[in-house]
Every structure is written in C-alpha cells, then in structure tokens.
Write a protein that binds this ligand. Structure first.
Ligand SMILES: N[C@@H](CCSC[C@H]1O[C@@H](n2cnc3c(=O)[nH]cnc32)[C@H](O)[C@@H]1O)C(=O)O
Ligand SMILES: [Zn+2]
Length: 433
C-alpha cells in the first residue's frame, strides 16, 4: 500500500477521461511512482490540490519545437522560411553560446509549465544544456541535436551528424527516464543523401527514432522531385526513414501518395499550424491525414516562428486552419484538435503519456474554468479548443511531481530566468549585428 505521505489528491474537479467524456471526480496520484492511483469520488491523500471549477486533463505535449529560440522571439518576423532562416536566424544562431541556450531553454520550459505542457520534442544544438534544464524543470522530453550537411565540407558535415548520433546515444533515458532521444537530420534538403544513407542505419542500431522537417514548403519538395524523380516522402521511405517510431514536422505539401505512405508506414506527422501560417508555408491537409489513419501530433515549432509556446493557441489554430484547408467547417473538430495535443503528440514522440486514467502516468494539467471567457460551460472540450488559453492553467504535474501550484512554478525561478533571458537576448543580438 502506498505510504499516505506520498500521495496527492486533485479534488473537486471535472476529469477528461480517455474516451473524452467529462465527469466529476477526484484524482489520486502516487507521487513517488509518478502514477495515477485512482480517478473516483471522495478520494483522500496526503496533499490536496484544489480543482474547484476546473478541468483535470492529461498534460499537453508539444511535439515539435526548438525551445531555446525563445531568445529570438520577435527577432525576425514577416518573411518566408528560406529568407527567414538564411538572412536572420542562422546568422544569429551562429553567435549562440551554451549559456545562451541554457537560459533560452529555461525560459521556454517556464512557459511550458505555466501553460500545462508536461512533455515536448526538441531539436537544436548544445543539447547537454537543454537536457540539464529539462532535468531541473521536472518535464519529460525527447531531445535531439539537429544536423545539417549543406554548406559544410565533408569533415564538418560528418562531425555534425556524428554529434547527432552521439547525443542520441548518450542522453537516451537521462533524467530518470524522463528524457529520450532521436536522430535529427534537419530536413531532406539540408542533409545530402550520402549522410542519410550513412547515419539513418546507425540510428536504427542505436534504437532511436528519426525526427525531421519534411515538405514544409514547396522549396522542400521541388528539388527532390527534380534530383531524384520521386516525391520527398518516397525518397525518405527509400532511405528507410519512415517507420512507426519516426515523426515528421510539418508535412504541409504532401500529395495523396505521400499520405498513403505515412498511413502504411505508421510514421507520425507533427502539425505546426502557427508556424505554417506565420511563414506562409501553407495549409497542411490535416483532415485527410486523420481520415487516412495517420497519427498527427501538435507542435509550436520555435518561438521565433509562432511567437508564443502556448499549445492551447496551437489547438485553436489547428481547429480553425483545418477547416479552411477544404472549406469545410466540420473538419478538424474540437476533439480531434485536443487529441492531437495529448495522445497524438505523446504517441508520435514515444512518451508514455496522453491519457488520464488509473494506472496511467501522472502528467496532468488543471485548467481553471472560473473566468468570464470560459462561461457558460456547455462543453468542456469545446472550450479547450476554442476559448482556453495557457494562462488558464492553475496546476501542472509531471511524473507525479507538482511543477506548478496556483500558477507558481516550483522547479525553476521564473523571475530570475526572465531577467537573465532578456540580458542574454540583448547581448546575442548585439553580437550578431
Ligand atoms: N546544427 C544546425 C542547426 C540546426 S538546429 C535546428 C534548426 O532548425 C531551424 N528551424 C526553426 N524552425 C524551423 C522550421 O520551421 N523549418 C526548418 N528549420 C527550422 C532552427 O532555427 C535551427 O537552425 C546548424 O549547424 O546550423
Ligand atoms: Zn522546426
């Protein structure tokens, strides 16, 4: 029997169950095991989190981001992906120090905790800094070092790819298993074929999945069709890059054959609607992907192409943009969009979370519905998709640990991090000019 000193009861709320029903119940958590003991009436525990007028739901999972890019929030707006990366982002990223990446990551993790995100998939560099911040924050993550070969000589490209593989091996199961890893060839047009042929098999041997940007813009499609005579996802499949463990960011410009390939192989798509809109990359065919049985997760991408990391914003964007894709207001309905941000994201990036039930992981967000913009409550799930903001989250719990109680973050010093991030961001931009 669990020692009474190790339990937390989330009391007096409405619970979002795995079948997307909502019922009044308490939730009892085994803090040490990081598990939900029971979802039932009148449960008692050592510590109590009040959930009056609140919805108790699975923690959100941000399945594609570059979290340290918070330092570049608002740095370069109003331009398309290629010029945004090449003229602004990559030059300033060349000036980033490991300490910059630690501080930018901590700022993003505070933003995650304050908006009910309990897990994420990140791809950047200086991953040891990102892993250390993640461990301290109490959050769950899949991390990778993204490598690019284009623009580098063979030695440089090979070293970057090797770093990606070494990081994937070194940090898998770090932070008591809260951290897992992937191998990230940045995209199918920024990593040349020979490096994909050499390093993808080694990721399989290391037992880590692939995470890469795919078909984000037409400029990521046409060169592959021209050079290889096939669509990008057929090219990726020929290289063994599409399995049920792999997750592809964006997939905006995919045709029917590529949608079928995703469905057949079981590879997941991470939809990033705000980034796609802000960079004018296009409208991903989400309802077609869902109808084909493709698993779709949700991601904010980086804070320089969003520009916040609020996954409730992203759920709303997905539900709204998904309707415009085919001009059908029934598409990407509220439940579909919320599922993307919980179960869809979790299964895409291999985190054992996404559903709130007895025996499940204690990764939970408690959303306070006691507010004018959430009144009346005809349907909790409708509000999650069309009205809830990250700032409505009252408590955040991950792996049984309380990361935020009544909007106060417990594992990171929010004020100190905001001050340091502002200083580092100013210095960084100064160095880049
Ligand atoms: N090691 C690489 C950097 C890769 S980190 C991941 C990269 O993805 C970039 N990135 C951010 N958002 C997107 C996107 O939407 N599409 C493609 N790349 C992006 C990000 O700025 C960063 O440069 C190098 O040598 O430059
Ligand atoms: Zn990205």
């Amino acid at each position: 029997m669990t020692d009474a000193a190790d339990t937390v009861v989330i009391e007096g709320g409405h619970v979002l169950t795995p079948d997307f029903e909502v019922r009044e119940a308490d939730v009892l958590i085994d803090r040490a095991a990081g598990e939900v003991i029971a979802v039932d009436d009148d449960l008692g525990g050592d510590e109590t989190l009040d959930a009056t007028d609140s919805l108790v739901m699975p923690g959100l999972v941000n399945a594609h981001t570059h979290v340290a890019m918070t330092l570049l929030r608002g740095y370069a707006d109003d331009k398309p992906l290629d010029s945004w990366l090449q003229e602004d982002i990559w030059p300033v990223e060349a000036e980033l120090t490991p300490e910059d990446i630690r501080v930018g990551t901590e700022l993003g993790l505070v933003e995650f905790i304050k908006s009910g995100i309990t897990g994420f998939a990140d791809s950047y560099f200086e991953v040891p800094e990102i892993a250390a911040a993640t461990e301290q924050s109490g959050l769950r993550a899949n991390l990778c070092h993204a490598f690019i070969s284009v623009g580098k000589d063979d030695e440089g490209a090979r070293a970057d790819a090797q770093e990606g593989l070494d990081i994937a091996r070194e940090f898998d199961s770090a932070a008591d298993g809260r951290i897992t890893t992937a191998l990230m060839p940045h995209s199918l047009t920024t990593v040349e074929t020979e490096y994909l042929e050499e390093f993808v098999p080694q990721a399989r041997e290391a037992g880590v999945p692939l995470h890469f940007h795919a078909n984000e813009t037409e400029n990521e499609v046409d060169p592959i069709v021209d050079d290889h005579g096939v669509r990008p996802l057929e090219y990726a499949d020929d290289l063994g890059m599409l399995t049920e463990d792999d997750f592809l960011a964006h997939c905006v410009h995919v045709d029917e054959t590529e949608i079928d390939l995703l469905a057949e192989t079981g590879a997941s798509v991470i939809h990033c609607p705000a980034s796609n809109m802000k960079l004018a990359s296009g409208i991903a065919p989400i309802q077609e992907l869902l109808d084909a049985g493709v698993n779709v997760g949700l991601g904010t991408d980086g804070a320089a192409s969003n520009n916040d990391l609020d996954l409730f914003d992203e759920i709303r964007d997905a539900a709204m943009l998904g309707k415009l894709a085919r001009g059908d207001a029934r598409d990407v309905a509220a439940e579909s969009a919320v599922r993307m941000a919980t179960e869809g994201s979790a299964s895409a990036i291999g985190l054992p979370v996404g559903e709130l039930e007895a025996g499940g992981t204690a990764d939970i967000a408690v959303v306070d519905f006691d507010a004018p913009h959430l009144t009346p409550v005809h349907d909790h799930v409708s509000h999650l998709a069309y009205a809830v903001r990250g700032s409505d989250v009252r408590h955040t719990i991950c792996d049984g640990e309380i990361l935020m109680e009544d909007r106060e973050v417990k594992t990171l010093d929010e004020a100190a991090i905001r001050e340091k991030a502002s200083e580092h961001a100013a210095d960084l931009v100064g160095r880049a000019e």
